[in-house]
Each structure stands twice: as C-alpha cells, then as structure tokens.
Design a protein around this ligand. Structure first.
Ligand code: ATP
Ligand code: MG
Length: 148
C-alpha cells in the first residue's frame, strides 16, 4: 500500500467508471477492501468493478442480508458485504475463507470488519456533498501504476 490516487466523481455514473478502471486490472486472488459510511457509494463502485470484469452491472445489488454473492465474468467476482457482521466474528465462522483465498476476486464492503487478511487494494469513499464522492484507491506502486 505505498501508492494511492484520488479522484472526485461528480455523479454515480463516474463512480461506476472509476470502479471499472480498477475491475479491468484485477487478477485472481485479489482482495479489494472498501471503506465508507452508509450510502457512500461502495455498492455503486462494485458495479463498476463488475463491468471491468465483464459482468453486467445490474447483477450487483446491495442485499445486505446476503453476505456473499458470486458472479462469473473474465474471472469470478465474489461480492462480500459485512454490514451485518460484528467485528468480533471470525472469518472462518462466516464461511467466506474460500472466497477470500479463492479462484476469483473478492470485493469486501465494510472491510473494517474483516480481520487477518491483506488487501490488494484499499478503496476509501468520502462524501463532500450529496452528489460528489472522493474516491481514494491505494495499493502497491506497480498495481496503482497499472491503473494510471
Ligand atoms: N458521485 C456519486 N457516486 C456514487 N453514488 C452516488 C454519487 N452521487 C450520489 N450517489 C448516490 O449515493 C448512493 C450510494 O449508494 P450505495 O448503495 O452505492 O452505497 P453503499 O456505500 O454501498 O451503502 P451501504 O453502506 O448501505 O452498503 C446511491 O443512491 C447513489 O445514487
Ligand atoms: Mg453497499
């Protein structure tokens, strides 16, 4: 995590486009950790990641009663939402280990509730107002350079 870049998106569409840029360079085994308050745009960003992996963005929903949803594109996308998980729950108890250490890309909303795993990319979403979002993507120098 020694390099980062920040973009400000003026609308939902541009957040999806930014997610798509990241989705295009993801590889099997990557873990993308998403941070941001309720309504920040994490799921919206995942729609873009999906598009970058060749998955229809409308397949991505924020059904927070589902912890994990699988989608199949260029490589599989495992969309994990830990909103309903408390920080003390262990990953093995959640049954998501095989997705984190798996045959595809794991994208984790509320990643602060995930302990003991290294993120390939960290995405922080802040909201200066109702329509704009400040998105910071952090990762290793080489991987972030792939994005630029
Ligand atoms: N620039 C923007 N980028 C992304 N979303 C935006 C933007 N401007 C407004 N929005 C709105 O903000 C909301 C973001 O919702 P989204 O479900 O993606 O957030 P979330 O971080 O996943 O929330 P949760 O914590 O509930 O999972 C949507 O209603 C979207 O239309
Ligand atoms: Mg969400």
């Amino acid at each position: 995590m020694n390099k980062k870049f920040t973009v400000e998106t003026p609308n939902e569409r541009e957040t999806i486009n930014t997610g798509e840029r990241l989705g295009r360079i993801l590889r099997k085994g990557d873990i993308v950790c998403l941070y941001g308050n309720l309504g920040a745009g994490k799921t919206t960003f995942v729609k873009g990641i999906a598009r970058g992996l060749g998955i229809e963005e409308r397949e991505i929903t924020s059904a927070s009663f589902v912890i994990i949803a699988e989608h199949y594109g260029r490589i599989p996308l495992f969309h994990i939402d830990l909103y309903r998980v408390s920080g003390g729950d262990d990953v093995p108890d959640l049954g998501i280990e095989e997705y984190l250490d798996g045959e595809g890309v794991a994208v984790v909303e509320w990643a602060e509730r995930l302990t003991g795993w290294d993120c390939s990319f960290r995405v922080d979403i802040k909201f200066p107002d109702d329509v704009r979002r400040e998105i910071t993507i952090s990762g290793s120098k080489e991987r972030i350079e792939d994005l630029e």
